[in-house]
Structures are given as C-alpha cells and as structure tokens.
Design a protein around this ligand. Structure first.
Ligand SMILES: O=C(O)C(=O)C[C@]1(C(=O)O)C=C[C@@H](O)C=C1
Length: 372
C-alpha cells in the first residue's frame, strides 16, 4: 500500500468517525422536533377550542429572544433564527394550514416580507391591490395579510393608511426589510449576460453599478421586478434586477447582490389579522383619529402622551375624504394597548376627537431581527 493510500484511508476513517457523531446528533434533533410537534399539536387544540389565532407573533418574538439569550456563537445566530422561523412555520401548519394574502405578484418585496415573517410552510396568495389584501382578511378568505406601509426613500404608502379608515382589521405585526437589489440570471457569470430587465425604479437605483460592471449591456423596462425575473427564467442570456425571493422562486443564480447605488433603502410592512396579539413588553400601538375643528385641538391630543411619557414614533396626516380640509391623523406609539399609561392617554384624548380607532398593538420589529 502506497503512502498516499494509507493517508487517504486514515482520513476516511477519521471522517466516518466524526460523521457518525453528527448522525447521532441529527437523530436527536429529529427526535426533539417530533416531541416538539406533539406539544405544538396540543397548543393547536387549545387554540381551536378557544378561537385563538394559530399564529402568535408575541410568542414568536419571545422565542427569537430566547435564541439570542442561549446561543453561544458556535452556530451563527442568524442561521438559528432562520431554522426556528421554519420550525415555527411548519408548526403553524401542523396546527392549521394558514393562508397568507399579500400584495403581489410573486417574488415582490412584500412577498419576501411575508415569507420572512411566516416561513415556507404556509399557503401564500398574491393579490393585485392593497385593497384586495384587506378584503381577503376582512372576509376571512385569508387568515393574515401583508402590505407595505412606508419606505425610507419614497415615504408613506397612502393606499394602506386609507384602508384602515373603513376596515375592521388589526395590525398584528410589523416587518422591516432592507430593499436589496440583486442581479439574477440562469447564466453563471456576468460575461454571459446580454440584456438586463427590471422595473424602471430598480434600474434607476442600480445605475452606477450597471455602468461600472455591465456598461454595454442594453436595459429593458418591465412592469415589476418579478416580471423581469420571469423573463430571465426563460432566457439564459437575460438578467433581472429583483429580490432575493425572486431568485428562489424562479431558480435563478444570484450573480451579484446589494447592487443598489444608495444603501439604507428600507421598507416597513404590516401584517394584518383579526385579533390584537398579547403584550411582549416591547410593543408598538397604532391608532387613528380626527379632531374637532377648534383651536389647540391637536395640542390637547398630544399633551396626554407627553404627560404619560409615551414616545410617539410617527404621526402622519391624511385628508379625511369626508369633509374638505378635515384631516385624519395616523399615529404610532411605543407600548401596548393593555398598558395603563397608554389607556390613560387614549381616554384623555377621546373628548377632543371626532373619531378614534385603535389599529393594533404588536411586537416591535427589532430592525431586521431575522437577518442580523
Ligand atoms: O406557542 C404557540 O402559540 C404555538 O402555536 C407554537 C408556535 C411554535 O412553534 O413554537 C407556533 C406558532 C406560533 O406562531 C408561535 C409558536
């Protein structure tokens, strides 16, 4: 036997020895997941008996916090969170295969946000408009809906704000997504790319990168980044600028990621449902009101929040559409609707409002918690 062969043998013995240990651990992980599934089914039964929502954002937030507290760093926290995202997704499915409606088409950033919040085991329905997503939840064609609410560059999504005026749905969760553009293609490298397709906004946001890396490749505009990915799926010489989700859905290679010229393009999405989740201790509450047409009314409204030391994280005004020059205010505050000080502030402003509507209390998204 030659020296090399002998070495090879020793290496393969060593590999087998370690792999056996890994297999033992894998079997234990499977066993533990099966035990976990039994318990999840019990939770599901109780939830069914008491008409409680199968998705519990407050509990999920606590599980992510538990991961942060227990992880020793050997295995990346980001990956642990992704794995638990999928464990909980499969668990929800075991309890009840929920339907999630979102502003489509497939592979949009809203789709990406939905998957990031609910995982891959649930049933997703793309809708053509924000209104359709609200209607799906309102009429129980979907258990939850996902819609964009604001973008760090383009501002508030008025369609979404306006929907809350009439709708009875509640905000149950928020999701922040870093809008990162990727160059996706069936091609294996940049040299094979002969055309770039995308929505005009995305093409514009990646202008410098394209000029630097693919200066002579013609650009073609599409109605959405998802449509561009569909074209790239069919044509090996085409590339699309689109979301990470699009690469998974259309089986495309990520030839380059984060190709946007300006970083810090963040979009906030809301999950809408029917019931306000319980308090986690790190929550936000959103509400809407319109004020009586009198001097100092807005001042009177803000005062109780100041007195209770409640932080208002956003205040947005919209024309009410019912009366000329009357406005509806949309406010995000820190805290949960069960908090005594928030209840106190809200009860004090009632006298000064024509209408006051609580839109929801939900766990604060530790920005990009799953990605970080
Ligand atoms: O604890 C619950 O409420 C569950 O339904 C179980 C579980 C889990 O897998 O841990 C699943 C889904 C919920 O969104 C949160 C947690």
């Amino acid at each position: 036997m030659g020296k090399m062969e002998k070495n090879d043998n020793a290496v393969s013995v060593e590999l087998s020895r370690i792999r056996e240990k890994i297999s033992d651990i894998d079997k234990r992980i499977i066993q533990l997941l099966e035990e976990r599934a039994e318990l999840v089914k019990e939770v599901g039964k109780i939830k069914r008996q008491h008409s409680l929502p199968f998705y519990s954002p407050d509990r999920e937030t606590k599980i992510y916090k538990m991961i942060e507290a227990n992880a020793k760093g050997e295995f990346p926290i980001k990956s642990l969170k992704t794995i638990f995202r999928e464990i909980m997704s499969a668990s929800i499915r075991l309890e009840e295969p929920l339907t999630i409606s979102y502003l489509g088409p497939e592979a949009t950033f809203t789709h990406q946000a939905a998957i990031e919040r609910f995982g891959l085991s649930l049933h997703y329905v793309p809708e053509e408009s924000i209104e359709d997503v609200f209607m799906d939840v309102e009429h129980e064609r979907a258990d939850f809906g996902v819609v964009p609410i604001e973008n760090s560059i383009e501002g508030v999504v008025h369609y979404t704000l306006d929907m809350f005026i009439e709708s009875s749905v509640k905000i149950v969760s928020e999701i922040y997504i870093d809008i990162r553009h990727n160059l996706l293609s069936k091609a294996n490298n940049l040299q094979q790319v002969k055309a770039i397709y995308s929505h005009p906004n995305a093409l514009g946001q990646c202008k410098n990168w394209i000029k630097k890396h693919l200066p002579n490749v013609p650009l073609f505009e599409t109605v959405s980044t998802a449509k561009a990915a569909k074209i790239a799926e069919k044509d090996e010489t085409a590339a699309a600028i689109a979301s990470k989700a699009a690469s998974e859905i259309y089986g495309l290679n990520v030839l380059a990621s984060g190709i946007e010229d300006r970083s810090n393009n963040i979009t906030r999405f809301l999950v809408i449902g029917k019931k306000i989740p319980s308090k986690t201790g790190n929550d936000k509450t959103s509400f809407m009101f319109s004020i009586k047409d009198k001097v100092g009314a807005l001042y009177e409204i803000l005062q109780p929040f100041y007195n209770n030391k409640i932080n208002l994280t956003r205040i947005e005004s919209r024309p009410s559409r019912q009366k000329n020059f009357s406005y509806i205010f949309y406010v995000d505050t820190e805290g949960h609707i069960e908090d005594a000080k928030l209840q106190d502030a809200l009860s004090k402003i009632e006298d000064f409002t024509v209408f006051l509507k609580i839109l929801g209390s939900y766990p604060k998204d530790e920005r990009l918690a799953i990605q970080s």
